[in-house]
Design a protein around this ligand. Structure first.
Ligand code: ADP
Ligand code: MG
Length: 334
């Protein structure tokens, strides 16, 4: 089966049978590295527009009441893709911290380097400058402590049942015995409402159900950080909203640490407690905003719409013109 792991570069498409076994994926990505190696270069003196509304995590820490240690530290990270013809700079001097139990969102327009940042944190791409550390340890490659859920519905090997899909990485990466892996798989499938589909095959599931399996598989691994790259972007609006609600419910239950990528301001406000705003390509930090007060219930409200319009302005650097406001408000009421 062909799984689209690493964007659209030549060599990014590869064969793998168990996408969650990150060590195995690392092996399969070797060819990607040969074709698109990261370049070690000093980042130039970058101009940065940081409108920090810090300390955003302080309020969250009070809200969460626990797990408040700094887990991920991203410091001045610049990322590039290099081919024979050209170098594409994906992000420039990006810094942020993710604390335990954060629902941290990377928000920015398409092409601003969100996926590349996530891949760097997952250990698939090495920064050309800057550093990434997890719980104080530098990230040097993929590991089972970081699990990624992607947008694509083809993350699940079709020849394995739903339960086998969830159990497999537990057996390979976590070394659980078969019975224990299945038990844990069933537990997490139950959490995403799919207990009845444990023995079904992926092709019999809807897109939303497949994403739920991918989420169950990721959570079952009990990673230190759950990385999600636009996981709901390919779903219809109603399913997308339902999935956002379910994710928040799961978070409420387990208080895992989430790093969530989206290009939707509305989704960022609903899903995140903190949002990092990235400029258009190459992605630089524009601002960090605190969004823990928002939920689906606040959508359409005055505060929510104002935040939406403000984030839109911060992202796209526009003046307070009425067109922008109107567009943002339209997006809010969609
Ligand atoms: P986003 O996820 O925010 O849409 P990406 O991280 O996918 O952005 O891409 C950031 C930039 O890097 C874009 O300009 C994109 O074209 C480029 N890019 C992404 N993947 C590759 C690749 N494998 N090879 C070369 N350029 C790439
Ligand atoms: Mg992307």
């Amino acid at each position: 089966m062909s799984i689209h792991w690493l964007g659209s570069a030549p060599g990014a498409r590869m064969l793998t049978f168990y996408p969650l076994d990150l060590r195995k994926v690392n092996v399969t990505t070797t060819r990607f590295w040969e074709r698109a190696p990261a370049v070690r270069r000093e980042a130039g003196a970058a101009e940065r527009v940081v409108v920090s509304e810090r300390p955003a995590h302080t309020e969250h820490t009070i809200e969460a009441g626990r797990h408040s240690e700094r887990l991920l530290a991203i410091e001045n990270v610049s990322l590039e893709y290099r081919s024979r013809e050209r170098i594409v700079r994906a992000t420039q001097d990006v810094s942020f911290d993710v604390y335990g139990a954060d629902r941290f969102v990377l928000l920015g327009p398409s092409g601003c380097g969100k996926s590349t940042l996530l891949k760097a944190i997952a250990g698939f791409v090495e920064p050309v400058s800057g550093s990434i550390s997890l719980a104080g340890e530098p990230v040097r490659g993929p590991g089972a402590d970081r699990v990624v859920v992607f947008q694509e519905f083809d993350q699940l090997p079709p020849w394995k049942t739903v339960a086998e899909n969830v159990a497999f990485p537990l057996r390979v990466a976590r070394k659980l015995p078969r019975a224990e892996a299945r038990e844990r798989a069933l537990h997490y499938l139950d959490k995403v409402g799919l207990a009845a589909f444990a023995d079904a095959y992926p092709h019999t599931l809807s897109g939303g159900m497949k994403q739920r399996v991918a989420i169950a598989r990721a959570l079952a691994m009990q990673p230190r950080v759950l990385l999600m790259d636009e996981p709901f972007a390919a779903l219809d609006a109603l399913t997308r909203r339902k999935m956002q609600e379910e994710l928040l419910r799961l978070w409420d239950d387990a208080r895992f640490t989430l790093l969530f990528v989206t290009h939707s301001i509305e989704e960022a406000l609903v899903v995140g407690n903190r949002i990092l705003l990235l400029s258009p390509h190459p992605g630089r930090v524009r601002a960090e905003v605190n969004s823990h007060a928002y939920s689906h219930a606040s959508m359409g409200g005055v505060d929510f719409r104002e935040s939406l319009a403000r984030i839109h302005r911060l992202l796209f650097d526009t003046d307070t013109d009425t067109d922008t406001e109107t567009e943002a408000v339209k997006e809010a009421s969609r």
